[in-house]
Design a protein around this ligand. Structure first.
Ligand code: APR
Length: 274
């Protein structure tokens, strides 16, 4: 890696300034989970009957909860079958290195960052987490793990009667829904840490952006705020994207490559003293 980049990252690590990591689906690509907009992406492949953007909506869930659950249980089977990769492990080591100077904001619902070892208190899951459910009523915003009795679906197959009984709100008996942010819903603080995520880049010394195409507005806002207040922006992605351009405009860096290769090198630079 360019010695100038390594020196800049080392200077950041030697400062007291916070590190914010902003991740997208690309960080999980090397774990075998399709990205959203790649060739095999969820939004590209979708489900048999519906366009993908229709599936991930409250409107579709209200009219056809079983179809939406079948799709999510197939996605969850993929996520549960995947293992965190070297990039996830490097992000965990960054948290261990920086402690309270560290914050992770992830768009991913696959849960791999937490499984790798990042702590919930320093991990904002701004699109939710597919391993958790809440009441679709909603009678409350309580979030709890998907009941272990629910069968994950390796292919498009109907829910069993046991699945239907388990996918119910524990308090009121209405359908339970995946704890994820749908296209026809809005961010908020309580469920998705919106305000906290907008505040996070203020004062950050470095914003490390990994594996995201810049297709969603909150991450782009986070990047703009960080760039506007002089943070070092580093974008890691095999392809150029709006974040790489944003980083280079702000005298930061675009590191073209796979997260699983680039992040361990960045971590090594952060580890060296001074
Ligand atoms: N390492 C790093 N980046 C990678 C890798 C890799 N090995 N493989 C692919 N990428 C990059 C792609 O180049 C692309 O820029 O990851 C990005 C994935 O982009 P998307 O599929 O659009 O995923 P993401 O940016 O996370 O989407 C954001 O959009 O639809 C919503 O809720 C959905 O959270 C998602 C959000």
């Amino acid at each position: 890696m360019d010695p100038n980049i390594l020196a800049t990252v080392r200077d950041f690590a030697a400062s007291e300034a916070p590190l914010v990591v902003l991740s997208g689906a690309g960080i999980s690509a090397e774990s075998g989970i399709p990205t959203f907009r790649g060739p095999e992406g969820y939004w590209t492949v979708g489900s048999r009957h519906y366009r993908p953007e229709e599936m991930a909506t409250l409107g579709m869930f209200r009219s056809n909860p079983e179809e939406v659950w079948r799709w999510y249980l197939r996605r969850l089977a993929v996520c549960r079958g995947a293992e965190p990769n070297a990039a996830h492990r490097a992000v965990v080591d960054m948290e261990r290195l920086f402690g309270d100077r560290f914050l992770l904001i992830t768009q991913n619902v696959d849960g791999l960052h937490l499984r790798a070892g990042n702590t919930p208190g320093r991990t904002y899951q701004i699109h939710g987490n597919i391993n958790f459910v809440r009441c679709a009523g909603p009678c409350s915003n309580d979030i709890y793990p998907l009941p272990a009795s629910v069968e994950l679906k390796e292919k498009d197959e109907p829910l069993s009667d046991a699945d239907r009984a388990a996918l119910r709100c524990r308090a009121c008996g209405a359908w339970a829904r995946p704890h994820v942010l749908w296209f026809d819903e809005s961010y908020d603080e309580e469920l998705y840490r919106f305000n906290s995520s907008i505040e996070a880049p203020a004062g950050a010394g470095m914003l490390l952006i990994v594996g995201t195409s810049g297709a969603t507005n909150l991450p782009m806002q986070i990047g703009s705020i960080a760039a506007g207040q002089g943070a070092l922006l580093v974008d890691v992605n095999p392809d150029r994207n709006p974040f790489s351009a944003m980083a280079e405009r702000a005298n930061g860096f675009f590191l073209a490559g796979a997260a699983g290769t680039v992040l361990p090198s960045l971590l090594e630079a952060m580890r060296r003293d001074g």
